[in-house]
Design a protein around this ligand. Structure first.
Ligand code: NOJ
Ligand code: CA
Length: 639
């Protein structure tokens, strides 16, 4: 019988730390963040953790190993294999809508629910299975809806509850599903709970948040906010500090209070009763904070850019809270479970498996963000993204997936610049290059094993914008960061370059419909791209367009389960600039091939012959960014 591995101590070795799920993720994350080579793990594998601490203390300061052990000892056993889920979302294509910028039915410059309803035929024609709406609930919009003041009311600009009901019904009539965004790590400071909490900090609602007494010039701990500055705000009315990991008025909820967890489960149930099919859960891995809110390790803080993060990115009660929420909120009276998609920043592959393996009854799918930037780079760096990294990342994921695991595949969302522009790095200003890269990304995302999450505009090859200055931006993160950089002495041009590399507003500009429902110059956030050929109307009219490529790929997936549930086998994985794999199920096999570079590349002689279904017949070379989806005939496949 296997004995349970006990907790690790400083006498254990680096390789034993690396053998635990969170230990592996943390070490991988440190390597990724610093750009250090993976071989370091092998080299240092035999070192005792106490020795490592001694050797590195000069740079890291004391306490690093203790901080690490506290985290990894939560899970010392490997994640189980689990059973495959039969749920619908394993085959689905999700489509994320950023409602403010999707479609504006009443012409006030802000996208709305009726606008979305008016485009359901467009979405059904594209073929997507499930919509995810970024927040539509009542909000003062300090963080564009991610600061909710009432979870059972709709933001006035977006419409009414009746409009939501109509939208849900419209989706279901067309055989589509719809999920909403559950933002419950924090509420807006305008939420009635917070208002009551600060009116009476010792009353019932005081304990809904992290309110702390103290001196107004000394925050309760050293945690940083993700949107610049400390994670604490002094509230004079209450004579207390209040915790906010995000913007100054996004107040963190105290999940260790059972009443908070009951409220959240009730909100979920209320919306499920209205017919929604599940939720995407905003920063859901941050909900559990340790008792006493200890200071963060300053070295970890510098490395990860946010002091304190080791205490809550996989907090002590996270698993427990998620299980409870699944049971009390997401499980319907008939026993079926509405889909739970976790937004989980900082979570690595093993953490993702812990949070979403079917054996663990927590989340269904999680997003892993390590795909977005090259090792040693962050979103704020201006660089050309190399798709060989995406290849390495996805292939290693595929290798590590067990039957009970699945991954959410995404390249774009409302929090990141467009992947197409990161890969093109300016070359995509040429419409032909723009089209090729967009088709390549579409192919990989829609034929890799996992559930694709498309973000609005990908199907139109949307790119980053050439914003002219700060007054064209709306996002609190960018605006705060710019000021913070200036205060720290960064020259304005250099600060602006960072903001332009990473601004979330690139992806948030309105969809270019190219018809009489376009947003126009009064849009809440005007876009600058006006390249001919890339409006929805133009893309739909052109048979060779990116839009039709997406439509055809999605249709293929639907028709051929090999492309969804099929097995996955890489072909010539060591070949640079080349990504190929076979998807296979019940005797049907598909070959996907791609040139990951902007130059022609010879195709390796792998001996597989496939009939192209999308793309041109394969010759000896692949053109720049070229991709081919082909069917391997049955005879050949048996060989
Ligand atoms: C993640 C969301 O995607 C982002 O837009 C938001 O700013 C933060 N969570 C805070 O809610
Ligand atoms: Ca509107």
């Amino acid at each position: 019988m296997n004995s349970r591995p006990g907790p690790l101590t400083p006498r254990n070795r680096v390789r034993e730390l690396y053998a635990t799920p969170l230990g592996r993720d943390i070490v991988d994350k440190i390597l990724l963040q610093s750009g250090a080579p993976g071989s370091l793990v092998k080299l240092a594998g035999g070192l005792r953790l106490s020795t490592l601490e001694r050797l590195t203390r000069r740079f890291t300061g004391p306490g690093l190993v203790d901080a690490l052990l506290g985290l990894v000892n939560q899970h010392t056993e490997p994640v189980p294999d689990g059973e495959p889920s039969q749920a619908w979302w394993r085959e689905a294509v999700f489509y994320q809508i950023y409602p403010r910028s999707f479609c504006d039915a009443n012409g006030d410059g802000i996208g709305d629910l009726r606008g979305i309803s008016s485009r359901l035929d467009y979405l059904a024609e594209l073929g997507v299975d499930c919509l995810w709406l970024s927040p539509i609930f009542a909000s003062p919009n300090e963080d564009m809806g991610y600061d909710i003041s009432d979870y059972r009311a709709v933001m006035a600009e977006m419409g009414t509850l009746t409009d939501v009901d109509e939208l849900v019904a419209g989706c279901h009539q067309r055989g589509m599903r719809i999920i909403l965004d559950l933002v419950v790590n924090h509420t807006s400071a305008r939420h009635a709970w917070f208002q009551q909490a600060i009116a009476d900090p010792d009353g019932r609602y005081g304990d809904y948040y992290f309110l702390r007494e103290g001196a107004p010039d000394r925050p309760p701990n050293n945690w940083d906010s993700f949107f610049s500055g400390p994670a604490w705000r002094w509230i004079p009315e209450a004579d207390r500090w209040a915790l906010h990991l995000f913007a100054a008025h996004q107040m963190d909820l105290n999940w260790s209070n059972p009443a908070v967890r009951d409220e959240v489960a009730d909100i979920v149930g209320w919306w499920l009763d209205r017919g929604v099919d599940g939720f995407r859960l905003d920063v859901i891995n941050y909900i559990s904070k340790p008792d006493g809110l200890p200071d963060g390790n300053p070295f970890v803080g510098r490395l990860m850019e946010f002091t304190g993060i080791e205490h809550y990115f996989y907090g002590p009660q996270l698993d427990e809270y998620l299980r409870e929420l699944r049971r009390d909120g997401f499980t319907r009276p008939d026993g079926s479970v509405a889909v739970m998609v976790g937004e989980t920043p900082g979570i690595g592959v093993e953490g993702a498996r812990l949070l979403s393996n079917t054996s663990r009854a927590e989340l269904d799918l999680v997003f892993n963000f390590d795909v977005l930037d090259l090792p040693g780079r962050t979103r704020w760096h201006d660089y050309r993204y190399d798709l060989n990294y995406l290849k390495r990342f996805w292939l290693s994921w595929q290798q590590r997936l067990r039957p009970g695991d699945w991954i959410a595949l995404f390249l774009d969302n409302h929090d990141n610049p467009r992947m197409l522009s990161k890969v093109g790095h300016g070359d995509e200003r040429d419409p032909a290059v723009r089209t090729s890269i967009a088709k390549l990304l579409a192919t990989l995302q829609l034929t890799m094993r996992g559930t694709p999450f498309l973000f609005q505009g990908q199907e139109l090859a949307a790119t980053n914008q050439s914003f002219a200055g700060l007054d064209e931006l709306r996002d609190v993160e960018s605006l705060n960061r710019y000021q913070e950089l200036l205060v720290a002495g960064t020259a304005p041009e250099a600060a602006w370059a960072q903001i332009m590399a990473g601004a979330r507003d690139h992806a948030r500009v309105p969809i270019r419909w190219g018809d009489d429902q376009d947003f126009g110059p009064t849009a809440w956030l005007p876009g600058r791209d006006d390249t001919p050929g890339f409006t929805a109307a133009e893309q739909q009219a052109e048979p060779d367009s990116v839009w039709h490529w997406y439509r055809q790929l999605i249709a293929l997936r639907r028709e051929h389960p090999a492309l969804t549930r099929g097995s996955f086998r890489p072909v010539e994985p060591g070949r640079k600039d080349y990504l190929a794999y076979v998807r296979e199920l019940d005797g049907e096999a598909w070959l996907i091939e791609a040139n990951l570079s902007g130059r022609p590349r010879r195709r390796p002689r792998h001996g597989l012959v496939a009939e192209p279904v999308l793309g041109r017949p394969a010759g000896p070379t692949l053109g720049p960014w070229e991709t081919i989806v082909g069917r391997i005939d049955a005879v050949q496949q048996r060989r």
